[in-house]
Structures are given as structure tokens and as C-alpha cells.
Design a protein. Sequence first.
Lengths: 308, 258
Amino acid sequence: MTQPLVDARHLTKRFAKLTAVDDVSFEVHPGEAFGFLGPNGAGKSSTMRMIAAVSPVTEGYLRVMGLDPAADGPHIRSRLGVVPQEENLDEELSVYENLLIYGRYFGLPKKVIDERIAELLHFAALQERRDSKVEPLSGGMKRRLVIARGLINQPDALILDEPTTGLDPQARHLLWDRLYRLKQQGVTLIITTHYMDEAEQLCDRLVIMDKGRIVAEGSPRQLIEQHSTREVLELRFPLGTQEEMVARAHGLARRIEALPDRVLLYSDDADETAGRLFGRGVVPQSMVSRRSTLEDVFLRLTGRSLIE
Amino acid sequence: MAAPPALRVVEYGARVYRRTWRGSVISTFLNPALYLLAMGVGLGKLVDQGSGSSELAIPYLTFLAPGLLAATAMQTAAGDASYPVMAGIKWRKTYHAALATPISVGDLVAGHLGWVAIRVTFVSVVYAAIMTAFGATSPLEGLLAVPPAVLTGAAFAAAVTAYTARLKDETGLSTLFRFGIVPLFLFSGTFFPISQLPDWIEPLAYVTPLFHGVSLCRGLALGLPFEAPWAASVAYLVAWVAVGAWLSLRVMQRRLVI
């Protein structure tokens, strides 16, 4: 088997008293899209920063492309592209200059950088903004520019921290499309997200993180098969009646999850479950049947929602 | 061959400057001229007619100009080593972006200080030309005063970078200028010999790096005896550069690599 691109064993990150990453082990293989799914504060970003060789490992073993970040940080960073959660573009400079500066940081000659910038602007759909300042660009444009910037050194892997947080649906889809193209080109993607749809769309394999630990690992499909049912019936009840209705529904589904605003009934056939509910006189205000998602997996594993 | 990493950071400073130089034109070109005009020529006339002439033995404009050169170097350096550092660490986080590349914290600090030194050199040369145009010095002597001005700038750049890198927010920056840079500007021998200060303050002036910068600039530009032994002044300023750079590196390492 080929060497993993990232090999982490018992990786731990502590800040003063806070343990942000608590003994996690995982491997990322070349060419795959690997995700860290979890709520804010789960330790995803801290893990990513260690992989990106910008944050020292507190404890455990970490190799990135076979190299030790503590000893070979600059070498590792020269082969990675990083798309941080917070935009850190130079807003005083133009789109072109931002890319140029970054290329120079990697020690690339200007001629090579100029060629790549032409390609990357096309890829990021920013050709027309080449010479405009960064500051007035939309959120989606800025994010695409940060991605283009992260690709200036033609990295072996692109590390994306919450790539679509704060973007509108259209901008998100455009971004997913670009990331999908990169994946087709064989670029390894390492992504953190707290959006389960993003994880399902983009990731071949992912780990679910909660409170600094990995609670599950697998492909989106495997995770759903292992930890949830095929379908889910979502019910909403008029104020004050939920408790009684839940009691009546007892035993009708493989698992019932009563959340503050809705009730989830897990079964392999949601319509059939709905029919049996009516038989018991359970009348919801609204009812939706859907397939299980990673959100359900997360709920099952941690007892909490991804977005709180 | 790729340039050393720190030089790439210098290049970054130059590229940003190419975009933003217009904003600093006034402070670079006009302010020195205005100061020389108002204080040197205007106020200078009064000083020269009064008892100042016996104390200074040279025209006030001539006395003032090299001191202002050192003070301008200080102000330029303090400005370039404060707000841009805050932006890199906190506002725009461009330092974080740089550190995701092969650039290290050491490269970042060296490149930043290197760029400020280049900026100060540029400003000092422009100032020396203006000073010469006012007839305060000869062109050659004006240029002789540039290196000590740059050294003064470097001392402040290093110290102010270290100071700024520790700050949580920008209120500390106005404190720096209000209680640090402005008093130094006024009381370090720029506008009058420090012997005019009350005796108990005079030793304090010796401790300020600007006083030593002023002494070196004035001595070289006017061919007069230095106000403090020149070797001691140079050594003192070099020490400020070294300690400031070392502190900057340490503080930034702690702040940025977590």
C-alpha cells in the first residue's frame, strides 16, 4: 500500500487547560477527499492546523507526506495548500497581487506564477476581477480567491477549513463544483465542516469529531448504514402536545428522538411508520419523511445536533 | 534561484507600498518641508535674534534640521512597525497567511524589519535633500547623516514591532504614540539642546535612543563635536536593534505559532 498522505496516531493538542484534540488517530490517503465533520469547537481546526504544520503537536505521532512537522515544517508547507476559515487576503492589494505575493512566498519565479495565475483565475471564475482590489469582492469570490491562492504552488493536498461557512447557497454550489473538479484532477482534499450536506457531497471518507475526539469513521454511506436507519420521519406537534404524542408513538419506530422543536422516528420505511402512527391517533402538525443523513448519525452518536 | 525567504517578505512590503505610497507622500515629502519652514525659518529667526544665538553658535535652522532628520526616521519607523504589524497579526491576518507557506516567523520578522529599514532610508534621503535645499547643510554632509538616521529608525522599528506584537488591540498603539513617540520627538534634543532641560530630566534624555540618533545626525551633518561619544551612541542604537529584533521574534513566535 502507498504511504498515507497524513498519518496521525494518538494526536493530542492542548492549549493551557483546554484539550482541543484528544488522542485522535486517522490516515488520509493520496487522492481522496477526507472530511472532519463536527460542531464548532470539536477540535477540527486544531487538527487541521497541526496537519498544515503551523501549529505544534502537543503529544502523539504525526507524519505528513512522510515528514515530521516539527522538523520539516517549511518542506511540508511547500507541498500543501491551505484555505483557512478566516479570510486572510491582503485587501489593499489586487486579486493578481495577492496571488503573486503568495507564489513568491513559495519561492516561485514570477514567470511561472504568472502562468499559473492565468489558469487559477479561470478556475476560480475571477478573470474579470484580476486587477480589482480584494476588499469589494463578494464573500464567494473571496473564498474562491483564497482557494486559488492555496493552489498557486500546485500542492499535493489542499486543506480547507469550513470552506463554505457564511456563503449563500449559490456560492456554495459553485465552490463545491470547483472542489469536485480538483478532486477529479487527483488533488487530495482535507476538509473540515459542520455541514452534513457538505460532508456528504464532497467526502469519500470522514471522521466525526466531538469534544476533541473521533467518535466514528467511514464513508458517508457506511456511517449512515452503521449508525442510523434508512429513513426518518420528522414530526412537529402543536405546542404542549409533543410529550403525550411521543408517548403514544412508543414502539412504532426503531428509535425515537425527541428534540425541543421536533420528533424524529427512525425506521426503514417512513411511510409505513406514518400509517401506523395515524392508527394510534398521533396527529402531527407537520410531517416529513426523508432519508437518513450524517446529521442523524451525529445525533445518534453524541445526542446533540451538529448546528446548535 | 529562489530568493531567501526573508527577502520575499521584503518584496511583499515593497508591493504593498507600491499600492499605498500615495497615502504617505504628505508625511514623507511635505511634513519635513513644513517643519523646516515653520520651526527652522520662522521660529528660527526669533531664536537667532534672541539669546539662542549665544547658546547655539549656529543658525537655528542648521541646528534643527539634522535633529528633525533623526526624529522623522523615528516617526516613520514607529508608524511602519506598528499598524502594519497589528494588521498582519490581527486585522487582516496576513502574517497567518504567510506562515502557511514555507515562510517562518524568523523570515517574517527579518523581512518586515528589512522593509521598514528600506522605507526609512528612502524617507531619510528625501529629507536630506530637502534639508540641503533649505541651505541647512551641504549635499554631502546631508547624505552623511542618512546612515545614523536609518540606524535610529531600525532601533525604533525593532522595539515598536516587539511592543505591537504583544498588544491585544489598537488602544495600545495610541498610547505608544501619545506617551512614547511624541514626548521623545519633543524632548530628545531635536528642538533644543538637552542641556536646556531641568537637571533631573537630563539623564533621562541620555537613555532615549532618539537622543543618540540626533547626536549622530547632527554631528555628521554639521561637522560639529557629537553631543555624546559617537561610538557609544552607535553601540547603544545597535543594541536596541538587536534586543528589539530578538524580542519581536520571541513575541511573534508565541503569538502566531500556537
